[in-house]
Design a protein around this ligand. Structure first.
Ligand SMILES: C[S@@+](CC[C@H](N)C(=O)[O-])C[C@H]1O[C@@H](n2cnc3c(N)ncnc32)[C@H](O)[C@@H]1O
Length: 229
């Protein structure tokens, strides 16, 4: 991955925007709907599944690839709806410029223009520092390569939202999933939009119990991996 790769903003099938990298033919979100994907993969199959299994005073979430902040924003909004305290850590090596993030217009597409300042706060918050964004949501953005993650037994839920294996195969290996396994608490859950057999096997190799679930619109399947109790 290079810092200076060309970027275009495109509109996905549900009307929400994403960043397209033409040289790699890769997007930050699904072309079939950025918001639909975030809601299906990370919120429904990740956040709500985890909260269904057990209750938490504060749920600790790690995001692999903070990017535009869309997943963080949608998680914050859900936390507000159900009054759940969320401690959210977003890891990102190549931060999106604030102007580009604001241009995505997510609050407007979600019909909550009044939350624009909250979305902006996610991006204005200082890196490497825990910042209280709302009464329910604390965010720490870490500028870090995924390979350098060394957390142990710290998270209840991981949103694994790296670019696809076609573009960055090194991020979908047992070496990275081992780090994810270590970072999770026992019973912790990792969700990802990917469904490839090689990815599922790499997860199983390091000890995860893996389920194939129906994918978001435009995608047949996705994966959910659980660290045994
Ligand atoms: C699919 S996008 C994430 C989209 C993001 N979750 C969102 O809601 O906008 C993948 C992200 O991983 C970042 N990235 C790529 N390679 C990385 C690496 N080796 N370490 C850390 N971040 C990386 C990219 O800059 C990009 O923001």
């Amino acid at each position: 991955m290079e810092d200076k790769i060309r970027r275009e903003i495109i509109t996905t099938a549900d009307g929400s925007k994403t960043i397209h990298l033409p040289e790699l033919n890769e997007q930050y979100h699904s072309k079939h709907g950025a918001i639909n994907e975030a809601k299906h993969v990370f919120i429904k199959s990740g956040l709500y599944h985890t909260l269904d299994i057990r209750s938490f005073n504060t749920i600790d979430i790690l995001e692999i690839g903070f990017g535009t902040g869309l997943n963080a924003f949608i998680t914050l909004l859900e936390g507000e709806k159900i009054n759940q305290l969320i401690n959210y850590v977003g890891v990102e090596a190549y931060p999106v410029a604030i102007e580009e993030a604001l241009y995505m217009g997510y609050p407007e597409v979600l019909s909550i223009k009044e939350k624009e300042s909250v979305f902006e706060d996610l991006h204005q918050s200082i890196w490497e520092q825990a910042e209280k964004i709302t009464t329910n949501f604390v965010l720490t953005k870490r500028r870090q390569f995924f390979i350098d993650i060394e957390d142990k037994n710290s998270f209840d839920l991981i949103y694994f939202d790296a670019f696809g294996a076609r573009v960055q195969p090194e991020l979908w290996t047992s070496a990275i999933f081992e780090k994810m396994y270590e970072a999770l608490k026992k019973g912790g859950v990792l969700v990802t939009y990917a469904a490839k057999g090689s990815v599922r096997r790499a997860m199983q190799e390091v000890g995860f119990i893996v389920e194939r679930l129906p994918g978001p619109p435009g995608k047949r399947e996705m994966l959910r991996a659980t660290k045994p109790e």
